[in-house]
Design a binder for this molecule. Structure first.
Ligand SMILES: C[C@H](CCC(=O)NCCS(=O)(=O)O)[C@H]1CC[C@H]2[C@@H]3[C@H](O)C[C@@H]4C[C@H](O)CC[C@]4(C)[C@H]3C[C@H](O)[C@]12C
Length: 329
């Protein structure tokens, strides 16, 4: 389970982020990657250079950033979410195409493009290959959401029949099944409302709400992908406190918190605890990566523009996972 989300503040800041729901940790931390950094495409051994600097959550392996979500200096964001049982990658490289392992699609997107429209046309050249990054690593079974500060969003899904690039007009993504299924499913919940229903009479019995929130009766409350999709789409669409950048960041974490599995609530078939390892919220205008972790609900922030974009080193930030408490006396 994972949930990705977009929100825009009334003072013009665009936010993009996600919950990372998982039953293990992948040695994740926030990673800064400067411009002009060489990286090797392991699918064909070709050398690439980053055009844009980027900042995101991931893991560094052989000095190669393997990203789970991130943004670049141009205000383009990307997140990879599980698409288990549906994602399909090709066995063979194709001449004349950009052949990439799925773990490198995000690095390729964020290091080369400045907007969703640029990504859309470039995707026509991409061929995703079913080859692990290293012999013992699994090929990640992902679909991706890409968002920019022009408020354009897409979802990329590669299935056996096609590479689908959907315009994401709702601004959320969860997991399987395919994005178009979730949108069709959403139609079934359009009657949900933040407003209270009016008092009515059934036969001779008058009926009235016993408390607030009756307009939302039927909103799925569980952590299944389709339920998180509906819940985050409703909450996002009705989010009320978006006046400023700060209030929007707060709303962002409130919405992600509402769809975040809590230890003990979801146990995998292997008997492992499925939790939201971290939640991220990236400001695409000012390049700040805000995040909190399962054991530290304080919001941490890393500003890409405080780093040397033309530097020569990848920087890995410490992952804060001990609860920080603001004692007031
Ligand atoms: C499993 C993660 C997605 C979380 C998610 O969507 N969970 C939902 C589960 S479910 O459907 O609801 O059951 C994905 C997102 C990014 C992935 C990681 C990134 O792709 C970076 C590397 C890539 C390597 O090839 C594999 C390890 C890895 C470190 C990946 C492990 C795993 O596949 C991650 C962490």
């Amino acid at each position: 389970m994972c949930t990705a989300l977009t929100l825009t503040s009334k003072d013009g800041f665009h936010f993009f982020g996600r919950n990372m729901d998982i039953d293990y940790n992948f040695n994740q931390s926030v990673i800064f990657v400067p411009r002009n950094l060489d990286w090797e495409n392991v699918v064909n051994g070709e050398s690439n250079k980053t055009k844009y600097a980027l900042l995101g959550m991931g893991t560094l392996m052989n000095n190669h950033p393997l990203l789970a979500d991130g943004m670049n200096e141009k205000g383009l964001g990307c997140a990879g979410l599980n698409f288990l049982g549906f994602a399909h990658f090709e066995e063979n490289r194709l001449a004349g195409k950009v052949n990439l392992g799925p773990y490198d699609l995000m690095l390729w997107i964020l290091s080369n493009f400045g907007s969703v429209s640029e990504v859309k046309s470039a995707l026509e050249e991409v061929n995703l290959i079913n080859k692990p990054f290293a012999p013992k690593l699994p090929v990640p079974t992902l679909h991706w959401m890409v968002h920019d500060k022009n408020e354009e969003s897409i979802v990329i899904e590669t299935t056996p029949d096609r590479i689908a690039v959907y315009d994401n007009k709702i601004g959320v993504l969860t997991n399987q099944p395919a994005f178009d299924w979730h949108i069709m499913n959403l139609n079934q919940y359009m009657a949900l409302s933040p407003m209270q229903p009016e008092t009515t009479t059934w036969h001779k019995q008058q009926l009235e709400p016993i408390g607030n929130g009756l307009g939302l009766k039927g909103l799925p409350g569980d952590f299944y992908p389709s339920s998180r999709f509906v819940r985050s789409a409703f909450l996002k669409n009705h989010a009320a406190f978006l006046d400023t950048k700060e209030s929007t960041i707060s709303e962002f974490f409130h919405i992600l918190g509402n769809v975040a599995p809590i230890g003990g609530s979801v146990i995998t078939q292997e008997g492992k605890q499925f939790i939201t390892l971290y939640s991220s919220c990236m400001c695409l205008e000012n390049g700040v990566y805000y995040y909190n972790t399962y054991n530290n609900s304080q919001i941490n922030a890393i500003d890409m523009f405080k780093e040397d974009l033309d530097g020569h080193e990848i920087k890995v930030f410490k992952y804060p996972d001990t609860q920080a408490i603001n004692f007031q006396n």
